[in-house]
Structures are given as structure tokens and as C-alpha cells.
Design a protein. Structure first.
Length: 369
């Protein structure tokens, strides 16, 4: 096993960074790195024999082995100001955020353990490229309608989806009387399970499924990206919701903000937090000028950034097939290792990559606003 701290060393980022993003003082002694390496070897051997448990493909954390073998669900979530606060997304393992028409973004939340989620709202319609992202995780895709551009793909047998416009499963979708359409549609974990059963979809991963991310196996050995740039505050640069993430050194997590305030889960009133952030820069075009529907290139390769523990490094990404997993690589060509925990993926239009910004402190961020 390679030393986790060593494989992620890289040079300077290829983006415009504000002043003050210098390298922070090193806190890890060489002797402790060697000790962690030895302990990791021992722990991996013990972890492989943990009875009844398995690593989650979504977070790398230990979960019940039956749950780990279960296919996740991926739900389209509205992200207009009127749709906030959203319900249920705080328990999602992974969230994708990608641009849609009008410079808005829409979310796709992915859950491994979905059956106990009390409410997921607001459900919105499918956009073509989100299907590819759901397929990467062998997820059952939930949406309330779709753009006409996605209809053909949704009809394919390999795309298991639950649509609010499908009359055969209409009982799994509900409407909140306190919200206005189209931001009032929702479902529940129990209803999702019933919908999957009604459609006859497999609930277990096939033997061909190979998983997705590569996670560190020892939770005492954190990926620190020591040679990356300081990234205490991170901005993906979206125009309408203007989101940002702030790193909390005490928790080791990034807290999510948008529309000038904390982004929370209405079920818990707690702010959304994530261990990892991935920026994936993609080519794009306008697929329908009359409706301004976008098309984002999901297959191929590109650049991006990996952010964790207050640091960021440049990465490249590759995706060989529509249903294949996107792989991320460091400057030396090694597949990156993520820290165990939840991940937020921002799909960045290549035209606006320059809007991605990292700040060394909250003070620096506030001064720039």
C-alpha cells in the first residue's frame, strides 16, 4: 500500500487565486507518517475480516454488508430559492450540482440508505446528462418529468427510473399544500421502496458493478493534500445561487452556503456538510436554443479540482462509457484517494472555469465580496 500523504503531492494550481493562499505550516512529523503507514497495513488486514460489515461505495465508511450491496437511489432536487430549504438531502451520501437553463443549478442527491428518509422535496424534472451521472453509481433514478431531450434515454431498459409522470407508480409521489407547483412534489423512502417493487427493478448491485470512488481505508490517516493551495473557502462560481463552502477545522468538514445563507435540510434544520468536494470541468453546448436546454459532455476527459481538509489540488478526469464511473487523477497520473465521508460534486462549464476561486481564510473571502 502506498503512503496516502505521498501520492497526492502536486504543484501549483492552474487557476487565478487571491493573495494569501500560501502553503500552511506543516504539522505532521516524518516519524508519525511512517507509523501511520505501518498501522494502515495492520488495519486493512483486520478490516477485511469485519463480520457482517462492508465498505460503502459512496462514502468508504463501514456499513451493514446487505446495505452495501443494495443499489442506491438518485433523486432530482430543485434548487431555486423558492424550493429551499430542501427536505431529506442532509442524509444523502453524494450530491451532484450541475447547471441547467437560465444559469440555474439543479441537484441530484444519492442515498445508499434511503428507506428511512421521511421526505425528499422538491422533486424536479430530469435533464439528459444527469442520467449518466446516476448510471455511474448503478442508481435507480427518481425524477418528476423530463425534458424531451431525455425521453429516449429514459426509455432504455438499462435506465431504471421512477417518474412522477408514470401513472403506474403515481401513488409514490405527493404534493405539499404549503408549496406552489412545480416545487411542491415529494416522495418518501418508504414510497420509493414501493415504487421500485412495483416496477420490478433489481435492488442489488449486479456482479459486474465495480464501485466508484477510491477511499482511504484507515480513518486515522487523513488525506491532507499538503502541497495543494489553501482552500478554506471554496466558490464554484455559479451565477444565480452563488454558492460557497467553508471549511471547519474542528469538524474537518465543509459547510455549504447559497443564496447568501446556510443551506439546510428542512427535516433537521441542520446545515449541509461534506468531507470532499470535486469540481469537474466539462465542455457544454445549448442543445435547444428555444428552451435553452443545455447539453453537458459527460464522456471523455477534462480538468477539475479535488478539495478536502482546507486544501485543493488540480485533477484530471476521465469517463470512458456512458454508464462507466468517472475517474479522477492527480498531477502524476495516479487515481486520487478520497477521504471517507460525503462528497459534493460540482459540474463546471468550461467557459466559466475562471470563476472557480479558493480563499485562504474567511476574512480573505469576506474582503473580496
Amino acid at each position: 500500500m502506498k503512503k496516502l500523504l505521498a501520492i497526492l503531492a502536486v504543484g501549483a494550481l492552474g487557476v487565478s487565486l487571491l493573495a494569501g493562499c500560501g502553503k500552511q505550516e506543516e504539522t505532521t512529523e516524518e516519524s508519525s507518517v511512517e507509523l501511520s503507514f505501518v498501522e494502515t497495513e495492520d488495519l486493512v488486514e483486520e478490516e477485511d475480516t469485519m463480520e457482517g460489515m462492508s465498505r460503502s461505495d459512496l462514502t468508504g465508511e463501514w456499513i451493514d454488508e446487505e446495505l452495501a450491496a443494495q443499489r442506491p437511489v438518485a433523486a432530482m432536487i430543485g434548487n431555486l430559492k423558492v424550493a429551499t430549504p430542501q427536505y431529506g438531502i442532509g442524509s444523502a451520501d453524494i450530491i451532484y450540482e450541475a447547471p441547467v437553463e437560465g444559469s440555474l443549478t439543479r441537484l441530484m442527491a444519492i442515498w445508499q440508505d434511503y428507506e428511512n428518509v421521511e421526505k425528499i422535496m422538491s422533486l424536479r424534472s430530469c435533464r439528459l446528462y444527469y442520467i449518466d451521472y446516476a448510471l455511474e453509481f448503478d442508481a435507480i433514478y427518481i425524477h418528476y418529468g423530463q425534458s424531451y431531450l431525455a425521453e429516449d434515454m429514459l426509455s432504455q431498459s438499462y435506465v431504471n427510473n421512477l417518474s412522477g409522470l408514470d401513472g403506474s407508480i403515481s401513488s409514490m409521489f405527493f404534493h405539499d399544500s404549503e408549496k406552489s407547483a412545480p416545487d411542491n412534489a415529494y416522495t418518501t423512502g418508504e414510497a420509493i421502496a414501493e415504487g421500485i417493487s412495483a416496477k420490478g427493478y433489481d435492488t442489488q448491485h449486479s456482479e459486474e458493478y465495480e464501485g466508484h470512488y477510491q477511499f482511504n481505508t484507515d480513518d486515522e490517516t487523513e488525506i491532507t493534500l499538503d502541497d495543494g493551495v489553501d482552500a478554506v473557502v471554496v466558490k464554484p462560481g455559479y451565477f444565480v445561487n452563488k454558492p460557497w463552502f467553508v471549511y471547519d477545522e474542528e469538524t474537518g468538514l465543509y459547510a455549504r452556503y447559497q443564496y447568501g445563507e446556510e443551506q439546510i435540510d428542512a427535516l433537521t434544520d441542520e446545515q449541509l456538510t461534506f468531507k470532499n468536494i470535486l469540481f469537474q470541468v466539462c465542455e457544454w453546448s445549448v442543445a435547444d436554443t428555444s428552451a435553452n436546454y443545455l447539453d453537458v459532455e459527460t464522456v471523455g476527459s477534462g480538468t477539475g479540482y479535488y478539495v478536502t481538509n482546507g486544501k485543493a489540488i488540480p485533477v484530471t478526469w476521465e469517463k470512458e462509457t456512458q454508464a462507466g464511473a468517472t475517474k479522477y487523477y492527480d498531477a502524476d497520473g495516479n487515481e486520487i484517494t478520497l477521504n471517507q465521508g460525503k462528497t459534493w460534486v460540482c459540474i463546471i462549464q468550461d467557459t466559466y472555469e475562471e470563476n472557480v476561486t479558493f480563499y485562504a481564510s474567511e476574512e480573505e473571502y469576506n474582503a473580496a465580496q
